[in-house]
Design a protein around this ligand. Structure first.
Ligand code: ATP
Ligand code: MG
Length: 325
């Protein structure tokens, strides 16, 4: 069986891009492939953070994942910090990673350039991500371009560990996400819709009230033309709206373009489609969020299962690298 992994960082509120690009595909595939879904709370500590906010985001994201259909009996579903194997393997992998290798990561250069006090954990973040992947013996990792270099590092580290200390890890490879949808910010369609970047005005948060979602879509930036056509290179704002509609309806953006005579009508249709997708998730969220203790119990149970599922790999890595067992 195919084995898949997705980590969501509780660095902000989940948005439509997360739902379409990650959460719905996870739920759709969880009964046919071995699925790991974890809340990457340790990754949320690599930048300046508010402890109460990280804890609240972690619970909110877990609840939204359940509301979007993640089945905690089918998938391994847990907070990264409750499975110490992630940090244990992180350390062992640091011992086969060059300091220069970590310093070459583009995302590290970009993020550290924007800050006064750079945490050491920001530098070693890709090694923790390598541990996340290798711990679960994942072969194919579907990632966007922003994470490709990190998967390459995980690959190099796995090959090096296996070569020096004996076959221990499946060597992972980055693959293109199958459902290509990569939603862009509605006010800046050249940047990806994101939890932690952007003003929020161009981000369709899953817990935005329906009227706010509709207003954000109606105010989306387009070009000044009026004919609706699908042309991502020259008309990115319009293309993004067509791709959102395509992702919600399963129909192709080019075909959809032919069905609208004005931007206003297209935006209204996009808003309707987004609400049709999001409102059922919101109502399940409203029910589940009345029982936070239940959600936390599911996560604890998931963490226990994940500790068992990963114990053999950690043991093998410890022994291979020279630790007493
Ligand atoms: P951050 O700004 O903190 O990096 P993010 O919105 O990029 O937040 P992640 O936690 O990095 O979210 O990613 C969670 C999952 O959502 C990943 O599988 C990622 O590929 C997917 N994802 C994130 N943004 C988008 C987007 N705009 N369109 C489609 N999928 C997305
Ligand atoms: Mg991201």
């Amino acid at each position: 069986r195919l084995r898949r992994i997705t980590g969501l960082t509780p660095s902000g509120h989940l948005h439509l891009g997360n739902l379409i690009g990650a959460m719905l595909p996870i739920a759709a595939g969880q009964h046919t492939s071995d699925t790991v879904v974890f809340l990457a709370d340790l990754h949320a500590l690599t930048l300046e953070h508010d402890p109460a906010q990280v804890r609240a985001n972690t619970l909110e994201q877990a609840t939204l994942l359940l509301a979007a259909g993640v089945d905690p009996e089918a998938a391994l579903f847990y907070p990264q910090s409750q499975v110490p194997a992630h940090t244990e393997l992180h350390y062992l992998l640091e011992c086969v990673t060059g300091a220069g290798e970590a310093q070459r990561m583009i995302q590290y250069k970009e993020k550290s350039a924007r800050q006064q006090h750079v945490r050491l954990s920001l530098l070693t973040y890709p090694v923790l991500m390598a541990a996340d992947i290798l711990l679960h013996q994942i072969r194919e990792v579907p990632v966007g371009d922003d994470q490709r270099q990190h998967v390459e590092l995980a690959r190099d580290v796995a090959i090096r560990f296996n070569h020096r200390y004996g076959e221990t890890f499946t060597v992972p490879v980055a693959v293109h996400p199958s459902a290509g949808a990569r939603l862009m910010d509605l006010t800046d369609p050249t940047s990806k819709m994101s939890k932690s970047a952007g003003s929020g005005a161009g981000t369709l948060f899953l817990l935005d009230p329906p009227d706010v979602l509709r207003r954000k879509v109606m105010r989306a930036v387009t070009d000044s033309g009026d004919a609706v056509a699908y042309d991502p290179a020259n008309r990115p704002g319009l293309a993004n709206l067509l791709e959102i509609l395509s992702a919600c309806t399963g129909r192709s953006p080019a075909v959809l373009a032919g069905e609208f005579t004005s931007y206003g009508r297209l935006k209204a249709a996009v808003a309707d489609a987004v609400l049709a997708l999001v409102e059922p998730v919101q109502s399940r969220y409203a029910e589940l969020s009345r029982e936070p203790a239940y959600v936390r119990e599911l996560l604890r149970t998931g963490a226990g299962r994940a500790r068992e599922a990963t114990a053999a790999t950690v043991r093998a890595a410890r022994t291979a690298i020279g630790l007493l067992d």
